[in-house]
Design a protein around this ligand. Structure first.
Ligand SMILES: [Zn+2]
Ligand SMILES: [Zn+2]
Length: 344
């Protein structure tokens, strides 16, 4: 199983998982397959439900000014609202806010990359399964990258999401002369189609988590440039057309299309509305889909590879999807999905 900040093995998911019995009783089963047996635990349900439906009451609003009247990023405002409504998620929210602030500071200083990819180029890459962005084309500034590695490690450690041995490892890496080689090898390892389920898990999962967060300002900058300018519709794969990593969230558009969101660079691309992006299972009878009671979020569990994907249903939503916000808001859903035997 992949470990993930906001998913997988995070301490919050472990805490929720202990209380997740019966949670799926509250979810509307939308898949073709009947759900398995559930157990009941009414007490846990009420808390979980509160966590899931909080967004219903979130009004459409702009960031409120904080500290000297400068507008706060919308996602941070939304995260603070989660904390008010769901105190259980306080520590997860605090960590996410610190990560966002660090990433935004660095991303503002990243040079603007330039791309000229035609639909034919995207189609050719889709045919060969090769993502578009080569490592050497990522606009990395190495002093900034080292700072990202070091400070990301500090934030995770402060919120008990990094063991002390892993923390020491990360701090050493941030000073290492050869950090480029480590980063490049890791990028190449995750930038291709998985040959078997779980093939991407090779290597140090926690280091991968830190590197994903540390590289995000540079990759997100690329994604921001590519998203509105490049026609990605020829790309049909379940992994990211830009950096080759997996999706860890999805959004259902008002047109009922499902777009996957890359866990590493945040790029979005359209994908089969029920197929599994992880094992390419397109047999809808082997996908179990659930919705939260308010219809705001969904989970797709694949009964071929046993992995799951969370999605924000944007069809009647009060705001656009915000992966960093929705990832935290749906921590109880991770617990519920894992309770059913699915893995992140
Ligand atoms: Zn990507
Ligand atoms: Zn699958």
């Amino acid at each position: 199983m992949r470990r993930g900040v906001g998913a997988g093995a995070s301490p919050w998911v472990v805490a929720f998982r202990a209380r997740a019995d019966g949670f799926f009783d509250d979810l509307r089963v939308a898949g073709m397959e009947k759900p398995r047996q559930f157990t009941r635990d009414g007490q846990a349900n009420s808390g979980m439900r509160a966590a899931i439906v909080y967004n219903r009451a979130v009004p459409e609003r702009h960031a409120r000014p904080r500290g000297g009247g400068r507008a706060e990023p919308r996602e941070i405002t939304e995260l603070r609202l989660i904390k008010e409504r769901q105190p259980d998620l306080q520590s997860a929210v605090d960590m996410q806010i610190e990560l966002i602030q660090l990433q935004r500071r660095v991303q503002a200083r990243v040079a603007m990359p330039w791309f000229d990819w035609s639909a034919a180029t995207v189609e050719a890459h889709d045919a060969s399964g090769t993502p578009l962005l080569r490592f050497e084309d990522i606009p990395i500034e190495w002093t900034e990258l080292r700072l990202m590695v070091r400070q990301t490690g500090e934030i995770l450690r402060r919120h008990d999401s990094l063991e002390s041995a892993d923390f020491a490892h990360v701090q050493t890496l941030a000073r290492e002369a050869d950090i480029k080689t480590v980063l490049e090898q890791w990028y190449q390892r995750t930038a291709h189609a998985p040959t078997t389920a779980g093939a991407r898990d090779a290597g140090d999962a926690m280091l991968g988590e830190v590197l994903t967060l540390a590289l995000r300002p540079f990759l997100a900058r690329c994604a921001d440039v590519v998203q509105p300018r490049v026609d990605l519709s020829p790309w049909t794969r379940g992994y990211c057309p830009l950096c080759g990593d997996e999706p860890d969230f999805a959004v259902i558009t008002p047109a009922a299309e499902r777009w996957l969101i890359c866990r590493r660079c945040t790029l979005r691309w359209r994908f089969d509305s029920l197929g599994c992006p992880y094992c390419d299972n397109r047999d809808r009878t082997r996908i179990t889909s659930f919705a939260t009671p308010d219809g705001q979020y969904r989970v797709y569990g694949c009964d071929a590879c046993q992995r799951y994907l969370k999605a924000y249903d944007g069809r009647n939503a009060p705001r656009p999807v915000m992966p960093t916000v929705d990832g935290v808001a749906t921590l109880p859903l991770d617990a519920a999905a894992q309770q059913r035997g699915y893995t992140a």
